[in-house]
Design a protein around this ligand. Structure first.
Ligand SMILES: Nc1ncnc2c1ncn2[C@@H]1O[C@H](COP(=O)(O)OP(=O)(O)OP(=O)(O)O)[C@@H](O)[C@H]1O
Ligand SMILES: [Mg+2]
Length: 235
């Protein structure tokens, strides 16, 4: 479904991504873990058309989307919930959700998606008229995921959905991601600092360090890797 080949991203003289190749199959959950500054967000932003790669190829459902503008990529079915959530804090929960579907007009199909998304997140349903900026961190993350789902994506890109959340809420976010993946057959590319959560819900994982993939494989085997244990799972 998604095929990234030898991707490079640079900001002036800073090389953030130095030749990354990765893939996500139909309906698969794939994780990318790695330390701060490894180039994870830059990789996701290049895939979603938010930064222009300096080299490499990105193909989605067989179409070469390298260098495409972000709105065209969303229209292809690839939806991105960015790092830091980037909600509209003064807008209500419902208004934020509708922003996720701005490419889809305002018809009955949109209303149906809205009902589905709200039904998946009961806490958002209760708070539909509350301003997003006053939600708890966990609720804001649910809203960011919900907003990305409003575009009816075939693939969801999530950048550190567990950031800043208490362990119990992290577990809940992990469950929600799995539930969405199963119910909607949506593929997921998940970037996480929380390696334990990422490894437990994904089929395959890539370990990214200083702009390159240093390790990859089935998540179940990576959990046993000495490097992953020492560097990401606290020994
Ligand atoms: N807009 C930018 N301009 C200049 N340098 C940038 C920019 N965005 C990112 N970088 C640099 O690129 C490198 C990779 O950053 P990136 O945000 O991709 O890492 P990351 O793996 O997502 O880190 P984190 O886990 O902290 O979110 C870093 O050295 C960062 O300082
Ligand atoms: Mg990041």
């Amino acid at each position: 479904m998604l095929e990234v080949t030898d991707l490079r991203v640079r900001y002036g003289n800073v090389v953030a991504v130095a030749g990354v190749s990765l893939s996500v199959a139909d309906g698969e959950i794939v994780a990318v873990i790695g330390p701060n500054g490894a180039g994870k967000t830059s990789t996701l932003r290049a895939i979603s058309g938010l930064v222009r790669p300096s080299a490499g190829r990105i193909s989605f459902n067989g179409t070469d989307i390298t260098g495409w503008k972000a709105h065209r990529i969303v229209a292809m079915g690839l939806s991105h919930a960015p790092e830091g959530r980037r909600l509209f804090p003064q807008m209500t929960v419902l208004e934020n959700l509708k922003m996720g579907a701005y490419l889809r007009g305002n018809g009955a199909a949109l209303e149906r998606t809205l009902q589905e998304v709200v039904a998946r997140f009961p806490r958002l349903a209760e708070r539909r008229r509350q301003r997003a900026g006053t939600l708890s961190g966990g609720e804001q993350q649910m809203l960011a995921i919900g907003r990305a789902l409003m575009a009816e994506p075939r693939m969801l890109i999530l950048d550190e959905p567990s950031f800043g959340l208490a362990p119990m809420v992290v577990t809940e976010i992990g469950r929600v991601i799995q539930a969405i993946n199963r119910a909607r057959k949506v593929a997921v590319l998940l970037v996480e600092q929380n390696a334990r959560m990422a490894l437990s819900i994904s089929a395959r994982t890539y370990v990214m360090e200083t702009g390159t993939i240093v390790l990859e494989g089935p998540s179940a085997s990576l959990r046993e890797s000495p490097h992953v244990k020492a560097a990401y799972l606290g020994g």
